[in-house]
Design a protein around this ligand. Structure first.
Ligand code: ADP
Ligand code: MG
Length: 252
């Protein structure tokens, strides 16, 4: 487990060994083995209800699996589908909440200002979440989790509540922010195109009890478009792995 100060030469951020989990009689995860490398962008895809959120909660240490080992090397921040902003705090105050440990007030203010500039929300510092669009709120959410020191972002379908165009913009936004503030990312989605556009590596989870049915590395440069050959190719491979070939879809 994470213990105090990390060394910079960490190569593996998260390790699961033979992890299985069930909720009573419902077997959810079966014998998962997984290593997430430092700096990697790992995407988990799988059908709804297959155990993706459970797996993320195990990776964060929030759930202790019924069996197996979990090793966490670093400080984790988590992003959910619905933003985790406090509705009674302004944009600046929400971001500042992540910096409570920074005692120097002027340092804290400088960091908040820098992050607001980074997400292009200058002028909205004193707005409350309800005064922002869904996309703007998720940008504040990204600033909130990128504020201060952390090593690992766990993201659970962070863009799935947004409309398609906003979702596309958020993918670019995330890639851009990570180029400025490097993090190891585990990103859960049921959106296959999103997986193909963002990932260094995609793990396809088979239905319950979930296990890894396919691993796919995508080495194309970033930022990627949904229409890039590498992204389309990866999308096809993942669809095939999920049993959603075009021939199958015609029969549905
Ligand atoms: N706390 C819980 N208690 C009982 N069953 C749960 C609990 N959380 C999730 N489940 C069940 O476990 C399965 C996997 O859930 P989840 O990890 O949320 O899947 P996903 O995120 O892939 O949609 C689902 O069938 C869900 O109903
Ligand atoms: Mg889920």
């Amino acid at each position: 487990m994470y213990a105090g100060v990390m060394k910079d030469n960490v190569t593996t951020r998260l390790i699961l060994e033979n992890v299985s989990h069930d909720y009573g009689s419902l077997a959810v995860l079966r014998n998962l083995n997984l290593a997430v490398m430092h700096g990697e962008f790992l995407v988990l895809v799988g059908p709804s209800g297959c155990g993706k959120t459970t797996l993320l909660n195990i990776l964060s240490g929030y759930i202790k699996p019924v069996s197996g080992n979990v090793q966490i090397n670093g400080i984790i921040r988590t992003v959910y589908q619905q933003d985790g902003l406090f509705p009674w705090l302004t944009v600046a105050e929400n971001i500042s909440m992540s910096l409570r440990d920074v005692k120097d007030k002027s340092l804290r203010e400088k960091e908040v200002k820098e992050l607001i500039a980074l997400i292009h929300l200058e002028g909205f510092e004193n707005h409350y979440p309800h005064q922002l669009s869904g996309g703007m709120r998720q940008r504040v959410e990204l600033a909130r989790v990128l504020a201060g020191d952390s090593d690992i972002l766990l993201m659970d379908e962070p863009f799935s509540a947004l409309d398609y165009q906003t979702r596309l913009r958020m993918r670019y936004e995330l890639v851009r922010l990570l180029s400025k503030r490097k993090r190891t990312v585990v990103f859960v989605t049921h959106d296959i195109e999103e997986a193909a556009q963002l990932a260094d590596r995609v793990l396809v989870l088979a239905d319950r009890p979930a296990h890894i049915s396919k691993e796919l590395k995508i080495e194309a440069a970033r930022p990627r478009n949904p229409t890039d050959d590498a992204v389309i190719e990866a999308t096809k491979t993942i669809l095939g792995e999920l049993g959603l070939h075009s021939s199958v879809i015609k029969e549905l």
